[in-house]
Design a protein around this ligand. Structure first.
Ligand code: ZN
Length: 101
């Protein structure tokens, strides 16, 4: 059920001013938002880094062995195994194919 209140002409004017100010603030925010969207559209597009594919090569040295990346030819660290998915040195994906995308 709606309730009516009685306000003076001065109070009514202040209320109208508040409503106008809020409206102007909202309009300013909308304009600012549009400007931000336009700025974002002007930013240059960046190509994602191409994915390099490689494989682990088993290398023997003395009585031991290590895994070498077929792309950067490094033995990145002692924790690399043939199941390590990416080369920690160059980031190549170890899926057995030697190619660049
Ligand atoms: Zn590598």
């Amino acid at each position: 059920m709606a309730k009516m209140i009685e306000i003076s002409a001065a109070e009514y004017e202040r209320l109208q001013d508040c409503i106008r100010e809020d409206g102007m603030r909202i309009a300013a925010l909308i304009e600012e938002n549009k400007a931000l969207h336009q700025d974002a559209r002007r930013l240059p597009a960046v190509d994602a880094a191409p994915m390099t594919h490689a494989k682990w090569l088993l290398r023997h040295v003395g009585h031991g062995h290590y895994w070498e990346c077929s792309h950067c030819h490094q033995n990145p660290c002692i924790y690399v195994t043939e199941d390590t998915k990416f080369c920690p040195n160059c980031g190549a994906k170890m899926d057995g194919e030697e190619k660049n995308e």
